[in-house]
Design a binder for this molecule. Structure first.
Ligand SMILES: N[C@@H](CCC(=O)N[C@@H](CS)C(=O)NCC(=O)O)C(=O)O
Length: 205
């Protein structure tokens, strides 16, 4: 078994959380390297793209959250073998990445009214669209899982995003947005929150 080390920030959520969850659920041993946000400026320039998550596999560095999610998904048996199901899984993870990237782009806006305007535009535009379309995909695929009729890293990716949206952590993004726009994603999120492996994970993190 390869030696795995996942580096990401020291909070529960964000782009590194799916891989942490997947490896924990799949019983894949890994070093969970959590970087204090305050230490980031001194670490940043030592990472290939000045960003995390990073996965080291026997010392070899892999970047890009969804590449990492696919890799650990395979190790954890949370990624489809079937090519079409794998494409469905990738499609969902990349869709979440698209919309998250647009939201993250507003983090650096210092002027509060500018930030509010940018977030309100996102809420009524791309966020609403992605929530509606992801919900449609979930329903079209049976309503329980996004791919392969079973839990995959795509479900974990959506779960982490929806949980963060509903937490109210983002100023100017109403915490009830998902409830209003995509109630089936809320159901999916609540079901995953009760998954015994996820409950066990958050009991200790
Ligand atoms: N495309 C990359 C984006 C990585 C990324 O932007 N990570 C953020 C954290 S979620 C980061 O490292 N931000 C710190 C910075 O930009 O200084 C991926 O999917 O992994």
């Amino acid at each position: 078994m390869s030696r795995l080390k996942l580096s990401y920030f020291d909070f529960n959520g964000g782009r590194g959380e799916v891989a942490r969850l997947a490896m924990s659920l799949g019983g894949v041993p890994f070093e969970d390297h959590r970087i204090p946000v305050a230490d980031w400026p001194s670490v940043r320039n030592r990472t290939p793209f000045h960003a995390v998550p990073l996965l080291e596999v026997d010392g070899e560095v892999i970047t890009q959250s969804n590449a990492i999610n696919r890799f650990v998904g395979k190790l954890a048996n949370l990624y489809p073998d079937d090519p079409l199901q794998a494409a469905r899984c990738d499609e969902v993870m990349d869709a979440v990445e698209d919309v998250v990237t647009r939201v993250v782009a507003t983090f650096g806006i210092e002027d509060e009214s500018e930030k509010r305007a940018a977030r309100e535009t996102l809420v009524e535009g791309p966020m609403r669209l992605y929530l509606e379309k992801l919900q449609e995909m979930l329903v079209a695929r049976g309503g329980s899982y996004f791919a392969d009729d079973r839990l995959t890293v795509a479900d974990l990716k959506v779960y982490v995003w929806i949980r963060s949206l509903r937490s109210g952590i983002l100023d100017h993004v109403p915490p009830d947005l998902t409830d209003r726009v995509a109630p089936r994603l809320v159901e999916h999120c609540d079901r995953l929150s009760g998954h015994p492996g996820i409950v066990a994970y958050y009991d200790t993190h």
